[in-house]
Write a protein that binds this ligand. Structure first.
Ligand SMILES: Nc1ccn([C@@H]2O[C@H](COP(=O)(O)OP(=O)(O)OP(=O)(O)O)[C@@H](O)[C@H]2O)c(=O)n1
Ligand SMILES: C[C@](O)(CO)[C@H](O)COP(=O)(O)O
Length: 386
């Protein structure tokens, strides 16, 4: 499934600044322009990003991100809807086999977007042609005229719409083309107008659209200290068994015995998965891949580690480092350590310099000393959004 993001950034920001010298999406927030934060947050989760706004400014701002996923910026239109349509037309001019299946639209002025919301929207698109994040209205609503209340409006069933709003590309393009000339304030409205279902998923109070001056301070506070370190530990043991290959840390290690287990019994990857799930406080490997479930019989444990790494990314996190110790008398691990480090780094999509694999014996003491099995302990440190 190919996912494209359109990021409209062609507005003038009348409500933010009366003189409008620098539109709000281009002003500095914590050392980078507002839109830079938004684009950076989406990069791991989409295949293309189509920025819409002043091309010179956008090229200059987005250059440091150095990503082939970012398409050449294009000019926007008078209304937000015109800018989104321009982005859609640009995507539709890609060769057919490169066109997206799904399009997300995210305001260039919404810099504090979490990976969780992006995934909630994308997941909902498996069941619906469109989905948006929204939050329920919490306050009592009043209609005002000249600072005198005209009426109290029921807030029953009312939600505040956010972005990213997600759509199946082909119907979205068609609906947008037909609606050209109208000026809806969000894209979901165009789907609603033609009777197509738009799912609501949970939004986030912190996914603030920079609209008024006071929003800038709130965004600075929210985004200045967003990542917190977490530590996780994992431990696993498997007994030796005849006539099985020995898998350790994602590679096959030559030995006269393999390890017994429901899956391929890769004790190294299992301990590491538990360390990562532990850091996320998301249970353990058995909770995600129950041994009672036959589909994991003889399963390749590499897929478990890929899943654990994906969970970190989906939570908007980052693995800082891994330290893993294999405990056994034999086989000797030294000749295999580099290959194991590289395999783990590849599966987790992190730099190999962040992965340490070590081995130790127990001086012939205990079950590992008697060569009855192999134990492994793993530690990891990750960064997670607050
Ligand atoms: N013609 C327009 C108008 C808006 N936008 C973009 O749509 C997003 C959300 O719109 P909004 O917050 O309303 O931005 P402005 O129109 O710039 O704000 P204002 O209404 O205060 O002028 C912003 O990233 C804005 O740059 C756009 O690409 N093209
Ligand atoms: C798309 C949007 O951000 C969802 O809340 C919003 O509708 C933009 O509307 P605005 O009136 O242009 O701020």
């Amino acid at each position: 499934m190919r996912i494209a993001l359109i990021i409209p950034a062609a507005g003038v920001g009348k409500r933010f600044s009366k003189d409008g010298v620098v539109p709000k999406q281009y002003i500095q927030l914590l050392g980078h322009p507002v839109i830079y934060h938004a684009v950076k947050a989406f990069l791991p989760h989409v295949d293309y990003i189509q920025p819409v706004g002043d091309p010179d400014t956008l090229n200059f701002i987005l250059l440091p991100l150095d990503s082939k996923k970012i398409l050449s910026p294009i000019h926007g239109g008078k209304e937000r809807q015109d800018s989104v349509r321009a982005g859609l037309e640009a995507l539709s001019s890609l060769p057919e086999d490169q066109q997206p299946d799904i399009v997300l639209v995210h305001d260039g002025a919404r810099p504090n977007i979490s990976a969780e919301i992006i995934h909630r929207v994308v997941d909902a698109l498996k069941d619906y042609p469109a989905a948006i994040p929204a939050i329920p209205v919490a306050e009592t609503l009043k209609r005002n005229k000249d600072n005198i209340i005209e009426e109290t409006v029921s807030r029953d069933g009312l939600f505040r719409a956010q972005t990213p709003q997600g759509f199946h590309f082909k119907p979205f393009l068609e609906v947008h083309r037909k609606a050209a000339g109208s000026s809806a304030t969000d894209d979901a409205a165009l789907f609603e107008d033609v009777g197509l279902k738009v799912a609501l998923v949970q939004g986030d109070e912190n996914n603030i659209k920079l609209t008024y001056q006071e929003d800038l301070k709130r965004l600075e506070c929210l985004m200045s200290n967003v990542m917190l370190p977490r530590i996780g530990s994992g431990f696993d043991v498997h007994a030796f068994e005849k006539d099985r290959p020995l898998y350790l840390c994602g590679i096959e290690v030559p030995h006269e015995l393999g390890l017994a287990g429901h899956s391929d019994a890769d004790v190294g990857l299992h301990a590491l998965c538990d360390a990562i799930y532990g850091a996320l406080a998301e249970g353990d490997i058995g909770a995600h891949f129950p041994p009672s479930d036959n589909q994991w019989k003889n399963a390749d444990s590499k897929q478990f580690l890929i899943h654990a790494g994906e969970r970190v990314r989906r939570r908007g996190g980052k693995i800082i480092n891994i330290d893993l110790t294999l405990i056994c008398e034999r086989p000797k691990m030294r000749p295999h350590i580099e290959q194991m480090r590289e395999k783990i780094a590849g599966l987790l999509q992190i730099d190999v310099a962040r992965v340490s694999v070590k081995a130790t014996t127990t001086e012939k003491l205990g079950f590992t000393g008697r060569e009855e099995g192999i134990a492994c302990q793993a530690m990891t440190s990750i960064l997670l959004p607050e």
